[in-house]
Structure formats: structure tokens, C-alpha cells
Design a protein around this ligand. Structure first.
Ligand SMILES: [Zn+2]
Length: 410
């Protein structure tokens, strides 16, 4: 196939605008197109078309840099990369696509020129938010709006040791509470820097409230907006009312795992990292099984978040990592583990396969199974029940040849 003239390509690259190209491919955001492109201050955002994105906030389009970037899966590039990745076009066909859009005649004069990607703009310094912001939400005056917090307190039959651990776990993980009923899961890195926070709304039964308006957001993204009580929605307020805290032209957000800062706690210096998908699950598991120096529960926030780059602090520390996928995600998590290729990482599917019961649901994760077990647990009434339900104790009784009183009458 004849090659395209280089001057033609330069002409096209001069006029092609990233926001126009992406808008053509994804459409505009609206009630009928929730995954479309939406203006957000001086930038645009959309649901990321390159990973299974459930809520806006990660995929940002920068007209100024004529590029896009996803802060979750790491997809990035300019107009050509977008067309090649999203429309599955070859490089020459991407040029032809743009030629058609911008009415530039793509001639077929053969020249010896092949595509070299534009060098990416140098990365901006990583955004660090003030710790005072975290503490303000952690010790908020009205944490009672927080349905998740209320459910953790009253919806689960914790034993007395676990119940005493609740406030300690919430404090260690810096779980915060927003004024509008959000639970805030702060992401603090291995050096103690606050990267951002994830705000989510929950229902009274402890499940995500996906019907509510503004049920999900990142803290860094909210800094450019405010809640309009009359319209009952978030309103963009460009340009950035908190330029001293976050100026997107000068810093860029970088996500990390929820709980990463705890790797620096003396207690967890040698702990195995137990990695789950959701932040809520990490908190529940830390309450159920935590306070043990051998396990540190962390949440990645989604499979696409597991990258070698984000795992780096854990790999550098030589940590053992065990992945706990949701029941419907086992195959994908296994594939990801092999792709990462870290020899101290393994996967444990027992909780969602061996311990699982149909009432946990097809998408159950380890916490769904554990909470069901806690809530169904009946106190063991006599030694016969102990022997049936606690095989290790039965073994112990037999090994030690303990003389135990026969069953008490009921
Ligand atoms: Zn993405």
C-alpha cells in the first residue's frame, strides 16, 4: 500500500483536536449516553473506554495537551493512539479517518516515512493533599450520615473482640465521612502522602447506593466542583477553586492501594499483603481477622488498578501478596497475576469457592461470605457441637486425651 505524504500528516496533526475525535467516537454525555464525553472545567472526562469503568473520574481528556489519560488503567495517548486503540485502525487508516473528518485530502504519494509516536509530555509532580483534610473527614461532626459506618456497627454479629476492633481499624485506615453521606476511603501511600480519596455512598444494608445522584467521586475531582443544593447535583466551578491545594496544570493525581500507608507501621513490617478489590471488604476483613501482625488487608479498587507500577512499593519490600478475587473474577485475576509475574504473589479462591453458599450470590467476595457466616453463627451449645463445627478443637481434645464431661442436658 502506498505511504502517505509526511506534509499531509503534519497538516492533519496540526488541526486534529483530541476532544473532537473522542466526541465522535464516544458521543456526548447525556441521559441516554452515560459513557459519553462531558466537559469538566478546562478539561473533559468520560467513562474510560479501555477498561470496565463504572464511574466517571479516571479518564480525563486534556485539550491543552491534545491528549487523554486514564488514571485507573493507565491508557494514554493522542488522537492517533485513540483511533488505533479504540477504533482498531492501522496507523495509515487512522490518518485517513482524520483526513476525512478535517477535509484534508490524503494523497497516496509514496514517501519513506513511518509513524513514530509523539513523545509523551513529561509527567507532572504527583498530587499530595494535606493530611488535615483527611483528619477533618475522619473526625467529622456528623458521621451518622454514613450508612456504611452504621451498618458495620449494627448490621453484623461481630464477636466482642471484633467489635472492640472497629474503631481501631477505622482510625488506622483513616476512613472518613463526607457531609453528604459519603464514606471516604483515603488513599495514602507508603511514604504517608495523601494521594486522593474515593467517596462512595452506601445504603442502609451496607451495599453501594448506585441509584443516588453523586454516589461516587474522587476527592481530587471534587476540588473543582461544589454541591448545588437547589439543583441537587454537582456543579463544575472552573477554574479550580482550590488552586493552592490542587492545580491540574501543575500536579497530577496518582492512585495507590487503600491501606498502603500501613506497610510502614511497625506492627505490619513483615505482614503478608492480602489484597481484595473493594475498600469496604478490606475494612471488614481487618475487623474480622485483623489486629494480627501477620496479615495486612488492602484494596486495589478494581482489577485494572493492579499494575507493576502500583505494586512497586510492595515488591520493593519483598512482601508476600495473596489475592482474593470476587467469585465472578477468578479467571481474570489469575491471568493478571501471571501477567505481573511476581513470584511472591499467589491467589486464594477458597473463600469464594469452598466456603461459598448460594445465598452469598454469584458475585460474592470474601467479606460477603464471612459476614454471612458471622450472622448465621449460633453459639455452640455443647461439646458435641464443638466437635462437629471445630475439627481442630476435636483433634486437640483427642490428641490430649482430655477428659471432658458428657453433654449437658439441654
Ligand atoms: Zn481506563
Amino acid at each position: 500500500m502506498p505511504k502517505i505524504n509526511k506534509e499531509t500528516i503534519d497538516k492533519i496533526m496540526d488541526v486534529a483536536k483530541i476532544e473532537e475525535v473522542i466526541q465522535d467516537c464516544l458521543g456526548s454525555y447525556g441521559p441516554n449516553n452515560p459513557s459519553g464525553l462531558k466537559k469538566s472545567g478546562v478539561r473533559y472526562k468520560a467513562l474510560c473506554p479501555f477498561h470496565d469503568d463504572k464511574s466517571m473520574g479516571s479518564f480525563i481528556v486534556y485539550p491543552k495537551g491534545n491528549c487523554y489519560k486514564c488514571f485507573s488503567c493507565g491508557a494514554k495517548g493522542g488522537v492517533i493512539e485513540f483511533l488505533m486503540e479504540h477504533e482498531k485502525l492501522s496507523y495509515p487508516d487512522a490518518i485517513r479517518w482524520l483526513g476525512k473528518k478535517y477535509s484534508i485530502l490524503v494523497d497516496d504519494v509514496p514517501v519513506d516515512w513511518t509513524y513514530t509516536p509523539r513523545p509523551a509530555p513529561p509527567p507532572l509532580p504527583t498530587l499530595h493533599l494535606p493530611m488535615s483534610m483527611v483528619l477533618r473527614t475522619q473526625y467529622a461532626a456528623t458521621p451518622n450520615n454514613d450508612n456504611l459506618l452504621a451498618w458495620i456497627g449494627s448490621g453484623i454479629r461481630w464477636d466482642c473482640v471484633q467489635r472492640r476492633r472497629i474503631p481501631l481499624v477505622l482510625a488506622d485506615y483513616h476512613v472518613g465521612h463526607g457531609r453528604n453521606g459519603h464514606t471516604i476511603f483515603w488513599q495514602i501511600d507508603e511514604s504517608g502522602h495523601v494521594r486522593t480519596g474515593k467517596m462512595m455512598k452506601y445504603r442502609e444494608d451496607g451495599h453501594r447506593d448506585k441509584e443516588a445522584k453523586w454516589n461516587f467521586d474522587f476527592i481530587h475531582a471534587t476540588l473543582g466542583r461544589h454541591w448545588d443544593a437547589d439543583r441537587r447535583e454537582m456543579v463544575e466551578e472552573p477554574p479550580y477553586p482550590f488552586p493552592d491545594i490542587y492545580n491540574p496544570e501543575k500536579q497530577e493525581p496518582a492512585l495507590t492501594f487503600f491501606g498502603m500507608h500501613l506497610t510502614q507501621a511497625a506492627m505490619y513490617r513483615h505482614a503478608t499483603i492480602k489484597l481484595v478489590e473493594s475498600e469496604k471488604t478490606a475494612v471488614l476483613m481487618a475487623i474480622a481477622y485483623g489486629n494480627s501482625a501477620s496479615d495486612l488487608w488492602m484494596a486495589c479498587g478494581g482489577l485494572e488498578m493492579i499494575t507493576r507500577e502500583r505494586l512497586k512499593p510492595l515488591i520493593d519490600q519483598g512482601r508476600r501478596i495473596i489475592l482474593y478475587p470476587d467469585r465472578d473474577g477468578i479467571a481474570k485475576w489469575k491471568a493478571k497475576m501471571h501477567q505481573i509475574g511476581y513470584d511472591r504473589m499467589s491467589i486464594d479462591t477458597d473463600p469464594v469457592l469452598k466456603w461459598w453458599r448460594p445465598e452469598d450470590g454469584p458475585k460474592a467476595d470474601i467479606a460477603d461470605v464471612v459476614v454471612r457466616m458471622l450472622n448465621n453463627a449460633k453459639p455452640l451449645k455443647n461439646i458435641q457441637e464443638v466437635k462437629v463445627h471445630m475439627p481442630e478443637t476435636k483433634q486437640l481434645i483427642e490428641n490430649l486425651n482430655l477428659d471432658i464431661e458428657p453433654n449437658e442436658p439441654e
